[in-house]
Design a binder for this molecule. Structure first.
Ligand code: NI
Ligand code: MN
Length: 232
């Protein structure tokens, strides 16, 4: 069974006995990060979009570990041009079986610029990820609004664990994340992208109660602190 480790903001590691995958490894300058970029050792790196708080240390980790980078095609090109040797371009709605697990890209309603790209050529459609490792599906929504597509994602996939942004301002807030949880029907929902910046400060304490009430007890909300792990 996969183990989820939270490194703050939107960065998670998903590990099985054989493989570790890191999602949105923003560690340097991340005030919540419990580890440094150099402590990450992984087989795969999934990047939801090019904003600095998600792209983060992804290229540096790819160059050091030779881990396979998975991103939408335009963002994948950024990694290829940056010298990463193992890069797999995908796009929304597409799935692929990797050695570390099965990955499918989901829609995310958000901005697509790439941090540090002055040409604008890597601008991409942001995405979320469905990651199936050892038969357990983890859904990392990326940065997104509440969207009707989530109902389809919930209908088509048995999600063990949904990682949803709740900070508001740049993404959906708590109320919309509760609604997203109803549509996604995960066993567990874990909030992320919160209390890192000025405009995304939220009191998460009512979230578990609201999730329980709105899902009629079918979904449990788990609040993770950086460094915490959760057995999926
Ligand atoms: Ni963003
Ligand atoms: Mn963000």
């Amino acid at each position: 069974m996969p183990t989820l480790t939270y490194h703050g903001h939107a960065c998670f590691e998903v590990s099985t006995e054989d493989h570790t995958v890191v999602i949105d490894p923003w560690l340097t300058d991340n005030p919540q990060a419990d580890v440094g970029s150099e402590q990450i050792d992984c087989r795969g790196i999934l990047v939801t979009h090019g904003h600095a708080d998600h792209l983060g240390n992804a290229l540096a980790i790819a160059l050091r570990t030779n881990a396979e980078v998975v991103a939408t095609a335009e963002l994948a090109q950024y990694f290829i041009d940056g010298g990463a040797r193992r890069v797999h371009a995908m796009h929304i709605g597409g799935g692929h079986q990797f050695r570390f697990g099965y990955v499918k890209l989901t829609p995310a309603l958000h901005g697509g610029s790439v941090d540090g790209d002055e040409t604008g050529r890597y601008t991409c459609t942001p995405c979320g990820f469905l990651l199936d490792m050892d038969g357990k599906v983890v859904y990392h929504a990326g940065d997104t609004a509440l969207t009707a597509e989530m109902a389809l994602t919930g209908k088509r996939n048995k999600i063990a664990c949904a990682l949803l942004p709740v900070g508001d301002n740049y993404t959906m807030g708590i109320e919309d994340a509760v609604e997203a949880t109803v549509m996604l029907k995960p066993k567990v929902v874990i909030p992320m992208h919160v209390n890192t910046f000025d405009f995304i400060q939220q009191d998460l304490s009512p979230f578990p109660r609201q999730v329980k009430a709105k899902t009629k007890g079918k979904t449990e909300a788990v609040l993770l602190q950086p460094g915490d792990t959760y057995e999926v």
